[in-house]
Ligand binder design. Structure first.
Ligand code: RAM
Length: 519
């Protein structure tokens, strides 16, 4: 099922001053040349592996260059002919794979709703050799797989100087976490690599796809960044990009483009817009940059006003995608297509009203803080009345009164239930059928255990879920991971899934924030 979040007639109201500030913070990119750690080649006729890229290759031969780890970067090689003079173009298919299983995946028949253009493969003709070939696009890959579609009967080709020039705006090294637990160390290392790959001229969601700035993703990336690379100006740049391109109602878009010039996407997600508040507050907590916070606070508070327009008198938010009199809103929460989102959305609103109070405190606005406090109490009370089902002792969502993990998690994070009650709720709903499929939602699940007072459960969950991804072959963490369905994809096919997705790098934050000091 295709997801359509685009809002018709969305008009960007650009704040040139904010955009200028953002553009002045474009970071430097650091490049590093890397050579394959292993080369596996298959001669079409013999189908035997040999280890040389500079042997002769002809029609249907295949060479896999393994660079050891997944990184964002540029691919280049030197190619020359062996045998008779080159009497036809060399025709190659080059495919870039983040994980091993993609090597044999056939993506020709992918027909999902997200563009085929994201599939990382090229067909190239080389009319003259020898030549140094540099592919123009940036790819995210561990493996570069070259299939020789054809040479001619008279000549073969060989490859030399095969390189990946990896790129990131992250610099410096991150100290590993202090623990004797090798699994945790590995999870941390993979998390940090994931973030590094996504740190380009903005915090990209994924270097394969969508290669742009999404607000929900940035929230988590920023948290990990404060504990690792500490490149605070990159967060600042992202904040100004978002605040600099709202729509005509002042709503901050869910995502923005940087090129050719900064541009708002016509996609608006209420939960993401509200997350501008926590991003701003946490930016202040980690930098003390008052000037930025004072300048951007009005945009942040305004998101709450916009969300309240979708609530009734009692404070209950309308169901997602339903017009309750003030238009329709969309929200994300998770990629589980069965998920009913009303309850979680209500909780996200309450959660961010909590951040509005923090923001008021930073600004010394005690009147505002009090007002948000009473709003929070009103919303919490309404949430308990409407979404809590006494009989089942769970939160339910929508007309169908759906029980999902997302609803429980967000109500706990919003503080609607706390401590003992929250713990019991998490225990009770552990095996809920409407489960979570993105590491993004799993992050909040881990946080809910911590918030409820059982960090050990959070740690076990990290080991199981993120550790599970490593066992399944991850050396950067994925956009989606459903241990029960390796073909999980909301896009109509795994070919466009991203296997380095920054919203999955949060163990590096969770370890340092909640666990490391205890070790
Ligand atoms: C996906 C992107 C991004 C996410 C949005 C909601 O297309 O991968 O990470 O924030 O959806």
């Amino acid at each position: 099922m295709a997801t359509d979040w685009a809002v018709e007639k969305a008009v960007m109201v650009k704040n040139e001053e904010f955009i200028q500030k953002a553009e002045a913070l474009i970071p430097k990119l650091y490049h590093k040349e890397e050579v394959p750690v292993e080369i596996i080649s298959y001669k079409a006729e013999q189908k035997i592996a040999n280890e040389k890229a500079n042997a002769g290759f002809g029609k249907d031969d295949k060479i896999i260059f393994d660079f050891g780890h997944n990184h964002a970067g540029y691919f280049q090689f030197h190619i020359k002919c062996v045998g008779s003079p080159q009497d036809a173009p060399v025709f190659l298919h080059i495919k870039f794979c983040e994980i091993e299983r993609e090597i044999d995946e056939d993506c020709q028949n992918y027909s999902g709703w997200i563009s085929k253009g994201w599939i990382q493969e090229e067909w190239i003709h080389i009319d003259e050799t020898p030549r140094h070939v540099k592919l123009e696009r940036r790819y995210a890959f561990r493996y570069a797989v070259i299939t020789v579609i054809d040479t001619s009967q008279k000549f073969e080709i060989s490859f030399n100087e095969v390189k990946r020039v990896s790129v990131s705006s992250a610099y410096g090294t991150v100290s590993p976490i202090q623990t004797m637990d090798e699994q945790l160390k590995e999870i941390d290392e993979v998390s940090v690599r994931t973030l590094k790959n996504c740190m380009q001229t903005v915090f990209e969601d994924g270097p394969k796809r969508d290669r742009r700035l999404w607000l929900g993703d940035v929230r988590l990336q920023a948290l990990v960044n404060y504990q690792t690379f500490r490149q605070q100006d990159l967060v600042k740049r992202c904040l100004y990009l978002f605040a600099g391109m709202p729509n005509q109602e002042g709503m901050i878009p869910a995502c923005v483009f940087e090129k050719p010039v900064p541009l708002m996407d016509d996609t608006f997600l209420l939960d993401y817009a509200l997350f501008f508040l926590p991003v701003l507050v946490e930016y202040y907590e980690n930098t003390g940059d008052r000037e930025t916070v004072e300048e951007l606070a009005p945009s942040a508070f305004h998101q709450i006003e916009l969300a309240l327009a979708y609530t009734d008198e009692q404070g209950i938010i309308c169901e997602e995608g339903v017009n309750c009199g003030n238009g329709i809103y969309h929200c994300f929460i998770d990629w589980n297509e069965q998920l009913e989102k009303q309850c979680a959305m209500e909780a996200v609103l309450i959660y961010t009203v909590g951040y509005a109070q923090k923001l008021c405190k930073i600004l010394g606005d005690y009147v505002g803080r009090k007002a948000y406090k009473s709003l929070e109490e009103k919303l919490k009370q309404a949430a308990r009345q409407i979404f809590w089902e006494d009989e089942k002792q769970v939160f339910v969502s929508g007309k169908e009164r759906q029980v999902s993990l997302a609803s429980q998690v967000w109500m706990i994070l919003a503080g609607v239930v706390e401590q003992e009650e929250a713990l019991k709720l998490l225990e009770r709903t552990k095996n809920t059928l409407i489960t979570m499929i993105t590491p993004y939602m799993h992050h909040f699940y881990a946080e809910a255990w911590i918030r409820a007072g059982n960090p050990e459960k959070a740690l076990n969950h990290i080991k199981q879920y993120w550790g599970g991804m490593i066992k399944a072959g991850a050396d950067t963490f994925w956009e989606l991971y459903n241990p029960d369905n390796e073909n999980e994809s909301p896009y109509g096919g795994v070919c466009v899934n991203s296997y380095c997705h920054a919203w999955s790098c949060t163990p590096a934050y969770l370890f340092r924030e909640y666990f490391e000091a205890e070790k």
